[in-house]
Design a binder for this molecule. Structure first.
Ligand SMILES: Nc1ncnc2c1ncn2[C@@H]1O[C@H](COP(=O)(O)OP(=O)(O)OP(=O)(O)O)[C@@H](O)[C@H]1O
Ligand SMILES: [Mg+2]
Length: 330
């Protein structure tokens, strides 16, 4: 288990002070895929770098399997770090080495002889579906293939934890999906705990069990992915959830409502019946269906009439429906 307690990190340069992390606490269970979502500059990379102590927090602690990283000697920390793999948006491969040599690298560092390392590397390349690319150079690979090599290289160090920092942000949606599927596969096959950092709600929805929302260095919300989508409690979470959809422009008019629903209990009659009952028009600004662990969930953004009395009655009406969760948004 990873236990993060009251983590604070401040960067101080000559004239500015940035509080990148402010009293952040959370726990990740063994075998879990835990997501951390936030906008650019929220402190995500700083946080993930504290998890393997590439970054030293000002205060607070990171405990892995009951051992506080700050209590380890440099040598113990190096050994501990070998069990923590990391993948990045930019892949970080050795460009002058072939694919197989990239995968062999951590194993030869750990003392395996070349032949043993190659045999294992081929096995890991098979897991990521790239055994036929063993002898090419990274420059001859697509982005998705490069990330597969990076994942094979991580597997070569037999990690217990995999940290992913925007691992799919440079990839198109199809390739993103295939890499996320691969990460889920290795999570299950090797029982690797995964911490996934991203600014994309769709990534979280695809594979995470639980997730935390980071805003300006603060952990403002934590929940199961299902519940966060259904009923986000903070403005930060709502903004991130809507970011996955097309932009909308607010019409001049009344209140905006976000309505979350299960696709199976079809929303249309609820809205249609409301319009019939109140005999007032409602604008649908945005509507989309997302997949969370393969189940369809929907959200809709509607604008109520300007008349506040009617608008409030409509909110009351919608709140009485069990099939939807209604929230006012700004
Ligand atoms: N080495 C550093 N020195 C000074 N400030 C830093 C340093 N590293 C990060 N920061 C600042 O800390 C804040 C958080 O940065 P961080 O890289 O963790 O954000 P992020 O959530 O990963 O953003 P992005 O999504 O753009 O990668 C930012 O304001 C950043 O400018
Ligand atoms: Mg970052």
């Amino acid at each position: 288990m990873i236990k993060v307690s009251h983590l604070t990190k401040t960067f101080e340069t000559k004239d500015i002070k940035v509080e990148a992390l402010k009293d952040v606490s959370f726990e990740v269970n063994d075998g879990e895929i835990y997501g951390i979502i936030g906008l650019s500059g929220a402190g995500k990379s700083t946080l993930i770098r504290c998890l393997n102590r590439l970054e030293k927090p000002n205060s607070g602690s990171v405990e892995i399997d009951g051992v506080k990283l700050e209590d380890l000697s440099d040598k113990e920390l190096r050994i501990r770090r070998r069990k923590i793999g990391m993948i990045f948006q930019s892949f970080n491969l050795l460009m002058q080495s072939t694919v197989i040599d990239n995968v062999c690298f951590p194993m030869t560092i750990a003392g395996l002889n070349k032949k043993q390392a190659k045999t294992k590397a081929i096995e890991y390349l098979k897991v990521v579906g790239l055994e036929n690319k063993a002898n090419v150079y990274p420059s001859q690979l697509s982005g998705g293939q490069k990330q597969r090599v990076a994942i094979a290289r991580v597997l070569a160090s037999s990690p217990e934890i995999l940290l992913c920092d925007e691992a799919t942000s440079a990839l198109d949606p199809e390739t993103t999906k295939s890499i996320l599927t691969l990460i889920k596969d290795i999570n299950q096959k090797y029982n690797i705990t995964v911490v996934m950092i991203t600014h994309q709600m769709s990534v979280i929805q695809e594979i995470c069990n639980r997730c935390a929302v980071l805003e300006n260095g603060k952990l403002v919300e934590e929940n199961t992915v299902d519940e966060l989508f259904r009923n986000p409690k903070t403005e930060a979470a709502r903004r991130l959830i809507f970011n996955t959809s097309n932009k909308t422009s607010k019409l001049s008019g009344g209140k905006l409502l976000r309505i979350a629903f299960e696709e199976t209990n079809s929303l249309d009659p609820v809205i249609a019946n409301m319009i019939l009952e109140f005999k007032q028009p409602v604008s649908i600004l945005q509507s989309d269906i997302s997949s969370i662990h393969g189940n369809s969930k929907g959200q809709m953004l509607i604008q109520l009439p300007k008349d506040e009395e009617i608008a409030n009655k409509m909110i009351e009406y919608l709140n009485k429906k069990d099939s939807v969760v209604v929230q006012e948004v700004e």
